[in-house]
Design a protein around this ligand. Structure first.
Ligand code: FES
Length: 157
């Protein structure tokens, strides 16, 4: 999908406000993902041309950071923490519970395109484990009842 004129203008602003073209890469990746939902190979190539980088360099950054999606994601993204504190407090059970409710595995998106289910590293809320981030909202001390109500609101919304 080609970049819109608005997106091109935001990318130009990012380049103009960066010390070097290369240092604009991360903010530009955010701009592209915010606009298009993910960063396709075509987008990576266009970004590479804009920043005088190789497409492989852009791809390395996209695939290194879990926050970037190189294929379409759901309207909502669930990030379930699987690091130690959450693991000790039942994250694995939460993962199976969510997977069963959505009928998908972590890393997958529901067939209706509404929810992508991902694993996350520590979300810095270890004291209220297990936790998950849903879009930009942190949910703590997860229980089956809490998960039920979160999933219901996502399905409705
Ligand atoms: S281990 Fe899950 S928030 Fe830190």
């Amino acid at each position: 999908m080609p970049f819109s004129n608005e997106l091109k203008a935001r990318i130009t602003d990012r380049v103009n406000n960066s010390e070097t073209k290369q240092s604009a890469l991360i903010p530009i990746l955010h701009e592209v993902q915010d606009e298009l939902g993910h960063i396709s190979n075509e987008s990576m190539e266009e970004i590479a041309i804009t920043l005088n980088l190789s497409p492989a360099c852009v791809q390395n950054v996209v695939t290194f950071y879990t926050m970037y999606f190189n294929e379409p994601k759901g309207k909502h993204v669930i990030w379930l923490c699987r690091t130690l504190s959450c693991a000790l407090r039942g994250a694995e059970h939460v993962e199976h519970y969510i997977g069963d409710k959505l009928n998908i595995k972590t890393g997958q998106t529901t067939p209706d395109g509404k929810i992508t289910f991902m694993e996350a590293e520590c979300l810095a809320a270890c004291g209220t484990a297990p936790v998950m981030l849903v879009d930009d909202h942190l949910h703590e001390n997860l229980t089956k009842n809490k998960v039920d109500s979160i999933l219901e609101s996502l399905k409705r919304g």
